[in-house]
Design a protein around this ligand. Structure first.
Ligand code: HEC
Length: 107
């Protein structure tokens, strides 16, 4: 009986750990570094070279975010814009939400 209780306790503890890991969800920074950094730069400021090729690319700063809601960011990333290809087939919805949240921390 004691052994069974112990096993049950371990099971509950383990499922708790799994829940925490799942609640954290997609890693916005890892997704950004893998998919976005090459154009938008590590800190959300595009390099001069990228800016020359894509004059419309903006720095992720307070002015940029002031003009956009979270839904706008998700839409832009999902559907793409001009030279930026859509990410709807590359990233899952929760990954797009995570990366949209992450870019707000770059400003
Ligand atoms: C090939 C280069 C490239 C990559 C890779 C790229 N972007 Fe962009 N992104 C651009 C360019 C260029 C624009 C400006 C488009 C325009 O306004 O004409 C832009 C615009 C945006 C915008 C603004 C959209 C709007 O509402 O005006 C957001 C947000 C954004 N990118 C996020 C991301 C995120 C997040 C990723 C990675 C998942 C990413 N981008 C990957 C080039 C890129």
């Amino acid at each position: 009986m004691k052994k069974q209780l112990l096993a049950l306790g371990t099971l509950i503890a383990l499922s708790g750990i799994a829940n925490v890991a799942m609640a954290q969800g997609a890693d916005g920074k890892a997704i950004y570094d893998a998919n976005c950094k090459k154009c938008h730069g590590a800190t959300g400021a595009p390099s001069a070279g990228i800016k020359k090729m894509n004059p419309k690319i903006e720095t992720f700063d307070a002015a940029f975010f002031g003009k956009r809601t979270d839904a706008d960011l998700v839409k832009g990333i999902t559907e793409g814009k001009d030279k930026m290809k859509p990410f709807k087939d590359k990233l899952k919805a929760d990954e797009i939400a995570a990366v949209a949240k992450y870019i707000r921390t770059l400003k």
